[in-house]
Write a protein of this length. Structure first.
Length: 197
């Protein structure tokens, strides 16, 4: 059975909500099919509460989804620049809409499978990601290794993961960066960071 346009369920429409992150009010629009479309998830919230961002930082939101990390980065680094990338074109569209709606003229979202469409000569002060839990170790290791390569000396990779990946992240950070700092752990998520020397 094919549904007529008038029969499409309300769930097919856009979702709008407001969120307060680090004392800043944001308005977001999302849609079904994107990760955690009804609000900022617990892992991302934990990450955003702890993130340290210089005002002039060049930032990459890796796997941006609908943009809560990138939009927050843009407000925390008003003299910097924020790249938001995702392999999902719907996510990129919403991330860009949310950046514009929240006055983030220093942020742009674009389609990229990881680093595939990030300019080869682009370097960052911060790479930030809510690492997906179910993509496999090879992809996660590539993202962490490539983040190291794309960071300026002194730059940092900040991630949040499900708690079950904390030992894996610790090992890869130490192998790749030579350091690892567990910033915060909740019952379900861990925020960690590593710095490029």
């Amino acid at each position: 059975m094919v549904m007529e346009t008038g029969q499409i369920a309300p769930e097919a429409h856009e979702l709008q909500f407001e969120a307060v992150v680090r004392g800043q009010n944001f308005a977001f629009t999302t849609t079904w099919g994107l990760f955690h479309p009804k609000g900022i998830d617990a892992g991302t919230s934990l990450l955003l509460e702890r993130l340290e961002v210089p005002e002039d930082a060049a930032c990459l939101d890796l796997g941006c989804g609908w943009g809560p990390i990138g939009v927050t980065l843009a407000h925390m680094a008003p003299s910097g620049v924020v790249h938001m990338v995702d392999k999902d074109f719907v996510a990129v569209d919403y991330a860009q809409q949310n950046a514009v709606a929240n006055g983030c003229s220093n942020a742009r979202a674009y389609l990229s499978n990881g680093f595939s469409h990030v300019a080869e000569d682009e370097r960052f002060d911060l790479v930030v990601s809510n690492l997906p839990a179910k993509v496999g170790g090879e992809l996660l290791q590539y993202w962490m290794t490539e983040s190291h390569r794309r960071l300026h000396p002194g730059g940092a990779l900040w991630v949040v993961t499900v708690a079950g990946l904390k030992d894996y992240v610790k090992r890869v950070f130490r192998e790749t960066f030579g350091n690892h700092r567990k910033v915060k752990q909740s019952g379900t998520h861990v925020v960690a960071m590593a710095t490029r020397s």
